[in-house]
Design a protein. Structure first.
Length: 278
């Protein structure tokens, strides 16, 4: 009885410490992420430049009206959506068969090959900027969203293969053999059986492809000089001698929406995928 009385306060103290650490972590998260985001939202609805008909700090929708009335800004948003979508589709379409082959078939240097792919992923984009520019100039892929999507594949396909291979490896090989013995072809096996099983892995791979392609600006700047500029470059172009901070914040909020929607619709798959990957 006496020993129980000694242990219980110790456990209670540990719980209190953990609770305190969680509260501190939430406060830190609020300071680092929530506060700047809240400020961005507020500024996007405020007049930040002196105008004849509106004082600075006035609540207004003018920033969003100017945003949607500017063809260059809206065009950059659609450019980003276009090449990000193409990039995700290409990476999944090529990465899935490659990941399946690496997972199911052994060949000399297969693991070294995978490591080489990952080494390409951690290569700084600026290192490849000149060769990529010269190659894509010959292929007439400059100022083209498809060109940006293809060059991003150099960095996203290795990660896609690595992620999908780890998920496919958790599926027993007997599962494949049983499906083939039942008369299913390889495409049917992929569509009806394998894809539903590794759906969390596909969501995680698409998530990482989106993160890289949506914010990458080095290669996009090299490949776009006149048109097809992505949203990060459009935001960058708004900074000048007298920056309209409200308009910049409105464009920033708009650029956050696709990522928020993606996370919302695939959140369950992504969460499950990270758990399985860990």
């Amino acid at each position: 009885m006496g020993l129980a009385n000694l242990v219980t306060p110790a456990k209670s103290g540990g719980v209190i410490i953990l609770l305190g650490l969680k509260i501190l972590a939430l406060i830190g998260l609020a300071i680092v992420m929530v506060a700047p985001l809240a400020q961005s939202v507020l500024l996007s609805f405020m007049s930040t430049l002196p105008r004849d008909d509106m004082a600075v700090g006035t609540f207004t929708l003018l920033n969003y009206r100017n945003l949607f009335a500017d063809p260059a800004l809206i065009g950059s948003f659609w450019n980003s959506l276009t090449y990000v979508t193409f990039n995700i589709v290409i990476c999944l379409a090529t990465g899935l068969p490659a990941a399946y082959a690496i997972s199911r078939f052994s060949f000399v240097g297969d693991r070294h090959f995978l490591l080489m792919l990952l080494a390409l992923r951690i290569t700084p984009p600026v290192v490849l900027s000149l060769p990529v520019f010269l190659l894509f100039a010959k292929l007439n892929l400059l100022n083209n969203p498809i060109g940006i999507a293809l060059v991003h594949c150099l960095f996203n396909i290795p990660v896609t293969i690595w992620i999908l291979e780890s998920f496919i490896s958790t599926v027993p090989k007997e599962f494949d053999e049983t499906a083939f013995l039942d008369g299913y072809s390889t495409p049917e096996f992929f569509v009806k059986f394998l894809l539903p099983i590794i759906a969390p892995g596909i969501a995680v791979a698409a998530f990482f492809c989106f993160i890289f392609s949506w914010v990458e600006v080095v290669l996009a700047r090299i490949l776009t000089s006149t048109g097809s500029k992505p949203i990060p470059m459009a935001i960058e172009s708004l900074f000048g001698f007298q920056t309209d901070v409200g308009l910049v914040m409105a464009v920033t909020i708009l650029s956050l929406l696709p990522g928020v929607l993606l996370i919302f619709f695939v959140r369950n798959h992504v969460a499950k995928g990270f758990q399985l990957r860990i």
